[in-house]
Design a protein. Structure first.
Ligand code: SAM
Ligand code: DTB
Ligand code: SF4
Length: 325
């Protein structure tokens, strides 16, 4: 039997030892952990919306929305609350149980908070899980979000602490950890993960998972993104990460964080059905649905319905995560 009790004392060498197992041993272990904690065949459908696009002052080397790079994206202002709620209603009708709203900010401004609060309240009333990703938060803003009823806050650490400065220079890895800690202390569920294919080594992937797995509490939600190379960014010409290495990372995340929802996030547009199926066998239990992520393409509803049918999957209801606070 695999040990399925959450642990918070992972060493880098233990994590690397999980990675180097034969694929059948690794997936077997991950699937055992998944089946002990999650229902078979359940996959959460989440929908994203970019509520404020482009013009971001940060320099994340992968991002279409950084003002530092010419990616051809035009910046827009914060979307009106009623438009956001209309989008959420459509997402719910299409079967999503979670709505994740993202803004291209370093941090929210006070003047934007009333609209943000109204978006959270409105989406929550529809019975969907609410998630926001707005950049760094002050202690006061964190409390405002909690009081509005926010379920999850997304704030990715993206990669290992060592590799972080090669990708982002306008903030530090520790800044990210500080916001995550504030979110946890406020009683909001933490959503934090990263991107593969940034040019990192396996030791960085292991380091990223070690940082997440050794937080005071495991993030209740762990998105694993495959880099979508964006023309005009420093990483626009990066080679695709090997699909099996991606699957291995999902499996290791599942084993280390048994009661966290592991999200197969960006990059599905370039993944075969078989790669996605391997990700689900390795423990992933959520995807983003709809034609668009934030600014890039995603497989549409017809393709995803065909995948659900082929693999015998059912949408997972809101608030199914066993570690949710
Ligand atoms: N500005 C906020 C922030 O950075 O926290 C929220 C929005 S940001 C676009 C959300 C996450 O999407 C990033 O942390 C990153 O992990 C992921 N992401 C952004 N661009 C990506 C890309 N080109 N490929 C894969 N993942 C990406
Ligand atoms: C996450 O880890 N991935 C999502 C969500 N959290 C906010 C965003 C993916 C963005 C992909 C690039 C784009 O569409 O701009
Ligand atoms: Fe800004 Fe977020 Fe993009 Fe970084 S990832 S440039 S913080 S929108």
């Amino acid at each position: 039997m695999s040990d399925t009790l959450p642990r918070h004392n992972w060493s880098k060498s233990e994590i690397e030892a999980l990675y180097v197992q034969s694929l059948d041993a690794l997936i077997g272990q991950a699937l055992e952990v998944k089946r002990a904690n999650w229902p078979d065949g359940a996959l959460q459908k989440s929908q994203l919306l970019s509520i404020k696009t482009g013009g971001c002052p940060e320099d994340c080397g992968y991002c279409s929305q950084s003002a530092k790079y010419d990616t051809g994206l035009s910046a827009s202002k914060l979307m009106e609350v009623k438009k956001v709620l209309a989008g959420a209603r459509r997402a719910k009708e299409a079967g999503a149980s979670r709505y994740c709203m993202g803004a291209a900010w370093r941090e929210p401004k006070e003047r934007d908070m009333p609209a943000i609060v109204a978006m959270i309240e409105g989406v929550r009333e529809m019975g969907m899980e609410t998630c926001m990703t707005l950049g760094m938060l002050s202690p006061e803003q964190t409390i405002q979000l909690k009081d509005a009823g926010l379920d999850y806050y997304n704030h990715n650490i993206d990669t290992s602490e060592e590799f972080y400065p090669s990708i982002i220079t306008t903030r530090t890895f520790q800044d990210r950890i500080d916001t995550l800690e504030r979110v946890r202390e406020a009683g909001i569920n933490v959503c934090s993960g990263g991107i593969l294919g940034l040019g990192e080594e396996r030791q960085d992937r292991a380091g990223m998972l070690m940082a997440l797995g050794n937080l005071t509490e495991h993030p209740q939600s762990v998105p694993i993104n495959m880099l979508i190379p964006i023309e005009g960014t420093p990483l626009g010409e990066n080679a695709k990460i090997d699909a099996i290495e991606f699957v291995r990372t999902i499996a290791v995340a599942r084993i280390m964080m048994p009661k966290s929802i592991v999200r197969l996030s960006a990059g599905r547009e370039w993944m075969s059905d078989e790669t996605q199926a391997l990700c689900f066998l390795a423990g992933a239990n959520s995807i983003f649905v709809g034609d668009e992520l934030l600014t890039t393409k995603n497989p549409g509803q017809d393709k995803d319905q065909a995948l659900f049918d082929k693999l015998g999957l059912e949408p997972m209801p809101a608030h199914s995560c066993p570690s949710e606070v």
